[in-house]
Design a protein around this ligand. Structure first.
Ligand SMILES: NC(=O)c1ccc[n+]([C@@H]2O[C@H](COP(=O)([O-])OP(=O)(O)OC[C@H]3O[C@@H](n4cnc5c(N)ncnc54)[C@H](O)[C@@H]3O)[C@@H](O)[C@H]2O)c1
Length: 263
């Protein structure tokens, strides 16, 4: 049985009720995990208020600001976990960012700044958070991140985020290789396209979703809840032999060749 009772789970990346991280947090809570949530702080405190209201039904025992580009905020998160929880079992890395300008048009127009920012937030942050989690995962642990097919194959407009996801996928493997001796598993879920705040910045996201609905074996895309269920599995003892993997939760789209060809 999928049971996360007694597990402390830190979930990053909830922005609103469409967020994949929200789907994950709900399923981890349903499986009995004790939930902690981080949010991206903004000067007007809008995210804090909005995310705070949203997550109330999960009774989070930690609710902390964490911009992954801010070292002192990252340190404060892990310090607080050490003080209040004593140990961490689950880390959900469910965040990404690229400037909207870099998510359409010609790839050669990508600026050095755009590249650096997207890779720092969307890929490096996994390694930085894993570094903070490692000494707190004293009973072993599970780290799960969110990736996309655009890091393996060229997807129109995904551009710099494809490069970031590629770096993220490889980070999963290096982290899994290092942390395995601490019984810490590291895996990624490659989700099919879902309408969210982040995905709406990718040029033509709605057309992408309609394309998947036509081509994917299940003739649809996936929901936040389906991704959440897969994450709960990867965080539970049911997946104790799995690490360093990318699990596709995409209604089967990834297996299709000659996408769009109709005989
Ligand atoms: N929506 C999709 O179609 C899809 C498909 C595959 C993978 N993903 C991935 O899922 C993850 C979650 O995205 P989502 O689609 O749920 O969108 P979302 O907009 O709901 O979530 C993105 C999150 O990233 C956070 N974030 C951005 N910059 C940050 C920073 N500097 N520090 C901390 N947090 C920051 C935002 O606050 C937000 O909560 C991302 O990694 C995304 O690439 C999404």
């Amino acid at each position: 049985m999928l049971d996360l009772t007694g597990k402390n789970a830190l979930v990053t990346g909830i922005a609103n009720n469409r967020s994949i991280a929200w789907g994950i947090a709900q399923q981890l809570h349903k499986a009995g995990a004790n939930i902690g949530v981080t949010y991206l702080p903004d000067p007007k405190g809008r995210f804090e208020k909005k995310v705070g209201e949203l997550v109330k039904p999960l009774n989070p025992s930690l609710f902390l600001p964490c911009d992954v580009q801010n070292e002192s905020q990252i340190e404060a998160v892990f310090e607080t976990i050490g003080q209040k929880w004593n140990k961490l079992d689950i880390l959900i890395h469910c965040l990404a960012f690229a400037d909207k300008n870099d998510l359409s048009g010609e790839f050669t127009n990508l600026s050095r700044e755009g590249f650096t920012k997207a890779l720092d937030i969307s890929a490096y942050s996994l390694t930085r958070l894993a570094k903070g989690a490692k000494p707190l995962m004293t009973d072993g642990g599970s780290i799960v991140t969110l990736t996309y097919l655009g890091g393996v194959k060229v997807v129109p407009n995904y551009n710099v985020m494809g490069v970031a996801k590629s770096a993220l996928d490889m980070s999963v493997r290096y982290l899994a290789a290092e942390l395995g001796s601490n019984n810490i598993r590291v895996n990624a879920i490659s989700a099919g396209p879902i309408r969210t705040l982040a995905s709406s910045a990718v040029g033509g996201i709605l057309d992408m979703i309609h394309h998947v609905e036509k081509i994917a074996p299940l003739r649809r895309t996936v929901t936040q809840t389906e991704v959440g269920n897969a994450a709960a599995f990867l965080c539970s003892d049911l997946s104790s032999g799995i690490t360093g993997q990318v699990l596709y939760v995409d209604a089967g789209y990834e297996i299709m060749g000659m996408a769009g060809f109709v005989s």
